[in-house]
Design a protein around this ligand. Structure first.
Ligand SMILES: Cc1ncc(COP(=O)(O)O)c(C=O)c1O
Length: 296
């Protein structure tokens, strides 16, 4: 297992330095581990990681899942090193690697005819909602209680809600404009009747429905097949865009994501770091007609 450049500095000292210059001492509050305030990781390998104070752990957390092949997978590490040695950051043209990746995603994921790469899953879901609004000229988006789609304002609500907050808007942060929250309708997951009611009432103003086909962010709720079919039927009828956020389900349940398993094909699909075994990359892909709006 490779170790990082901690030298003789103790985990406690390095963690204290982190707290001086990084809010909360970790990059993302999600990385705080209650009771382990001095956790400084110095090396990773497969399913294991080592810390500055010399402990070795089995990584059951696995960064919420993206390193599907384990840490420092030799093939991924070699390909990353080769790309780093060959190509700098480009602001013009396209590279062969981008073409190969786009071709592979279009082959694997049923809904994807054309695809754009992003750096994170949040950017992918952000663009998915924006292009849906652009394509339909409509305002509202529908999300489901318990689904997480990243940090941006339209979807930063109703993920893990206290019981008394379910049924209303429950933003995960302060600082979001109320008018942005109001433009998101939050419905109960797996409730086809609620979806039909929302479309009966607001259908002509619904730009998009976004859903984690299996909401893993609240513990892997399996969707009723009939629920996903209803989403497809109602969005098609109303001319709204159906977005499957497969940032977590993509490449895990099947290489083609949950859409391959369910046979329900959305208009747009978002993907995340699992594409690259945890390295920062995301993607938005789908029907060519929608994706081509990005080039106009
Ligand atoms: C289903 C889902 N969508 C979107 C995101 C946002 O991805 P990122 O953290 O890369 O911005 C996540 C992150 O965990 C996710 O689980």
């Amino acid at each position: 297992m490779s170790s990082g450049p901690v030298g003789n500095e103790s985990g406690a000292r390095l963690a204290e330095r982190a707290r001086q210059v990084v809010p909360g001492g970790v990059n993302s509050g999600q990385r705080s581990v209650p009771g382990l305030t001095d956790l400084v990781v110095t090396g990773t390998d497969g399913a294991r990681f080592r810390t500055a104070d010399g402990r070795e752990y089995t990584d059951f957390h696995s960064a919420f899942g993206p390193p599907l092949l384990g840490h420092n997978d030799p093939d991924v590490a070699a390909a990353t090193a080769e790309a780093g040695a060959t190509l700098g950051h480009m602001g013009v043209g396209v590279t062969e690697g981008e073409v190969l990746l786009a071709e592979q995603l279009t082959e694997l994921i049923p809904s994807i005819e054309k695809v754009l790469l992003t750096s994170t899953g949040s950017e992918a879901t952000f663009h998915a909602l924006r292009v849906s609004r652009a394509a339909t000229g409509r305002r509202l988006v529908v999300k489901f209680q318990g689904c997480y789609h990243g940090w941006h304002d339209s979807v930063s609500l109703n993920v893990i809600s206290a019981p008394e907050k379910v049924g209303g808007h429950d933003p995960i942060s302060t600082g979001i404009l109320p008018e942005v929250l109001e433009a998101t309708l939050v419905l109960p997951f797996n409730d086809s009747e609620a979806v039909r009611r929302a479309f009966a009432e607001h259908g002509s103003d619904i730009a998009a429905v976004i859903v984690e086909p299996v909401p893993h962010n609240v513990g892997a709720l399996l969707p009723y097949q009939e629920f996903l079919t209803t989403l497809r039927e109602e969005t098609t009828k109303a001319g709204s865009v159906l977005i499957f956020d497969e940032v977590i389900t993509g490449f895990r349940h099947a290489l083609g994501g949950w859409q391959q398993i369910s046979g329900v094909t959305p208009d747009l699909t978002t993907l995340g770091k699992a594409i690259a075994n945890g390295a920062p990359v995301g993607a938005i892909g789908g029907r060519a007609e929608l994706m081509d709006l990005f080039s106009t």
